[in-house]
Design a protein around this ligand. Structure first.
Ligand SMILES: Cc1cc2nc3c(=O)[nH]c(=O)nc-3n(C[C@H](O)[C@H](O)[C@H](O)COP(=O)(O)O)c2cc1C
Length: 206
């Protein structure tokens, strides 16, 4: 991020949408269209794609460079049977400190409150910011107001939106002008085709 100038501080959060072609999990034109529609985001974190069906693996900082590597953490997250534990704060602050030393492109925190799990508690973000000295993105239940407040307070560098980007391909413009946001049809989140994926209108045509 240090070497890149981005047009705004709104990030499209990574979202698995299960539209790859089968067999082979191959990325296709429909997926490209979905991302292209949302290209006004300052940064798009795409869903993952395997280099090849035989090449499912993980790249290392040594191989591709720290500034091409980032990490996502969900402090206090309880999805998929993850439980809270006594030293959760201490654990994440230690991680923050250690990951600062790795000089990654960015750290992406996910507050799982909007996905039905436990929220990041008040005050944690301040402490995390003190321990993590790199570029910080936060996702989870973000609104224009919350994003503006956190950015003004210097708590985050970028605000990431997940679900709002599904139904609002022009989310950046909608937030800029305080235009109303559409709600996505959750039944169409994963799998399927165009419906609920690339057929949402932009504000002017809705
Ligand atoms: C349909 C859908 C798929 C998602 N898939 C992933 C995923 O594969 N990996 C991931 O780290 N987060 C995933 N997320 C979480 C989002 O990146 C984001 O952190 C979360 O939705 C909270 O932000 P929001 O309240 O703005 O939606 C997904 C979210 C949605 C709605």
């Amino acid at each position: 991020m240090k070497s890149r100038k981005l047009p705004n501080r709104i990030v499209m959060s990574p979202m698995t949408r299960s539209r790859a072609s089968q067999p082979g999990d191959e990325a296709n034109g429909l997926m490209a269209e979905c991302y292209a529609q949302r290209a006004s985001a300052g940064l798009i974190v795409s869903e993952d794609a395997w280099i090849s069906p035989m090449g499912k693996g993980y790249a290392l900082i040594e191989r591709i460079g720290a500034q091409r590597t980032a990490i996502r953490l969900s402090p206090y997250g309880g999805l998929f049977d993850m439980g809270l534990y006594a030293d959760v704060e201490e654990t994440y602050l230690y991680l923050a400190q250690e990951l600062t030393r790795r000089n990654l492109a960015y750290m992406h925190l996910m507050d799982q409150r909007s996905r039905g799990s436990s929220p990041i508690p008040d005050g944690f973000l301040h402490k995390f910011r003190e321990h993590y000295r790199g570029t910080l993105i936060l996702a989870g239940g973000m609104t224009k107001e919350l994003a503006s407040r956190h950015l003004e307070d210097g708590l985050i560098d970028f605000a990431a939106f997940g679900e709002p980007f599904i139904a609002n391909l022009d989310l950046v413009e909608r937030l800029r002008h305080d235009w109303p946001l559409l709600k996505p049809d959750r039944a169409l989140s994963y799998g399927g085709g165009i419906k609920g994926y690339t057929d949402y209108p932009n504000y002017q045509t809705s």
